[in-house]
Design a protein around this ligand. Structure first.
Ligand code: BES
Ligand code: MN
Ligand code: MN
Length: 461
């Protein structure tokens, strides 16, 4: 810890136990945005956050209604000559199924060694909490922040942030700032401090194949009618070639190819592919021909079936021709692909290859644009200095395959650059059973954020 921050560090040491209790209290709220039954829990989490922000010494805490889970806003604006930072995070979490694979209940946080285990511990409640705790520590020791800060915490990120864009547009004047800091990404393999330079976008669709009103006897009708499950399988099989290339005409048209410079930067990352494969327990890694594993997973577009159902799922056998079959299909997108254009291309291609004798429809369920942060932006460099000062090593610059749909909206709606300064360990089991956060990452991230506010005082405006 640098000498400059000794008072803040001392305060943080003295308040560590209370902070952990507060972190746990936040994790106990089952704010699952995807499930309507948890709408009240989302509101509860929003109110909890507004109270925590106020308690930290931040001002104008507000729970803003949007039609979806509320958006929480707060600010501290008493540094007239300093820049203004907009902090974004999300308090909603993913569903917890399959529940029986959790070693402890997902909303009863437990500390095991240096890990805290709970849904949301890493994605993204732990990082939202760290931001509030950083502000609380600076305000408690110094009475003021070195920069102006505006906080926007939403509760719908895990279900594509449908209400956030309109809210950002409506609140544009109030949200004026110089840069956005998002802590909702992670460190590189081996838990190495990293700054994320890009996120992929997403297009999420459902394919429905419908035959008869009810299932048919497969002996009586089999051979005479189209089988929706067979038809769906045929469609899915047509979407991608054995070379890993997506067959939708025009799919790659807008893809900005990786430069030689990008490719060598990616190749220089300390990535142990054999270990990565071994950790996954897979017999082989596969993907688009002509690209490395890191390129495939961060910088190339994908098409994946996320769910597939239809027909008889029980034990034993039942001889039917299912009435209908369905698939959830999503594409991760890279600059400058447009999710809606990709959806139209998917729909046109599915229509073209759909077998006769059934009705096939394709519906768009959600979308988000890809986004990019320039490496040489002064705020990116300030974040790198803050990481180095607190974690003790220069960060890596990585490209993340995941998506934060709102990230691109900060550029397109508010005209702001975004720095992705996230602290999740790479194997945190986000979205999976037994999600965990490294308590060392969490504690040090609070110091990083405090340090970053000091580093940003001179941000050119
Ligand atoms: N925080 C993640 C995105 C992420 C995960 C970035 C890991 C970097 C490393 C975010 O909460 C998320 O899960 N996003 C969804 C978006 C989707 C629901 C539209 C995703 O990527 O699947
Ligand atoms: Mn997240
Ligand atoms: Mn997530």
């Amino acid at each position: 810890m640098a000498h400059l921050d000794a008072d803040i560090d001392a305060h943080l040491r003295a308040t560590e136990d209370a902070r952990l209790e507060s972190y746990k209290a936040f994790l106990r709220i089952p704010s699952i945005s995807a499930l309507p039954d948890h709408a009240d829990d989302c509101r509860h989490a929003a109110r909890w956050l507004a109270d925590a922000l106020t308690e930290a010494g931040l001002e104008h805490a507000e729970v803003a209604e949007t039609g979806g889970p509320p958006i929480v806003y707060a600010d501290w604006l008493h540094a007239p000559d300093a820049p203004t930072i907009l902090v974004y995070g999300h308090y909603d979490v993913q569903p917890v199924d399959p529940i029986d694979l959790w070693t402890s209940p997902p909303f009863e946080p437990v500390v095991v060694g240096d890990r805290i285990l709970a849904r949301g511990a890493a994605d993204d409640k732990g990082q939202v909490h760290a931001h509030i705790m950083a502000a609380a520590a600076i305000l408690a020791t110094r009475g003021r922040l070195p920069v102006n800060v505006k906080y926007v915490f939403e509760g719908e990120e895990e279900s594509t942030s449908a209400h956030l864009g309109p809210w950002l547009t409506a609140e544009r004047d109030r949200l004026a700032a110089d840069v956005v800091i998002i802590s909702d990404t992670g460190f590189f393999e081996g838990n190495l401090p990293s700054i994320t330079l890009s996120l992929r976008g997403i297009m999420y669709a459902q394919i429905d194949v419908v035959g008869t009103d009810v299932d048919l006897h497969s002996g009586v009708y089999g051979g005479a009618v189209q089988n929706p499950a067979n038809a769906l399988s045929q469609i899915i099989a047509g979407l991608k070639g054995p070379d890993g290339r997506i067959r939708i005409p025009g799919f790659y048209d807008d893809v900005v190819p990786l430069s030689e410079e990008d490719r060598s930067a990616i190749a220089a990352l300390p990535f142990d592919e054999a270990l990565y494969q071994a950790d996954l327990g897979l017999p082989a890694l596969v993907g688009e021909v002509g690209y490395t594993t890191l390129e495939r997973r961060g910088s190339r577009p994908t098409l994946d079936v996320n769910g597939l159902w239809g027909g008889f799922q029980g034990e034993g056998s039942k001889t039917i021709i299912p009435a209908h079959a369905h698939a959830k299909v999503s594409c991760r997108l890279v600059t400058a692909q447009n999710p809606v254009r990709v959806f139209e291309a998917l729909r046109a291609y599915v229509e073209e290859i759909a077998p006769p004798g059934v009705r096939t429809t394709v519906t768009l369920l959600g979308s988000g644009d890809p986004s990019l942060t320039p490496l040489d932006h002064p705020a990116t460099r300030a974040a790198a200095r803050a990481l180095e000062a607190t974690f003790g090593r220069t960060p890596l610059y990585i490209r993340e395959g995941g998506s934060i749909p709102v990230c691109a909206s900060f550029g397109s709606i508010l005209g702001l650059p975004v720095v992705l300064l996230g602290f999740m360990p790479p194997d945190a089991h986000a979205h999976a059973p037994n999600e965990w956060m490294d308590l060392g990452n969490y504690e040090t991230s609070i110091r990083t954020i405090a340090r970053l506010w000091a580093e940003l005082v001179d941000l050119p405006r």
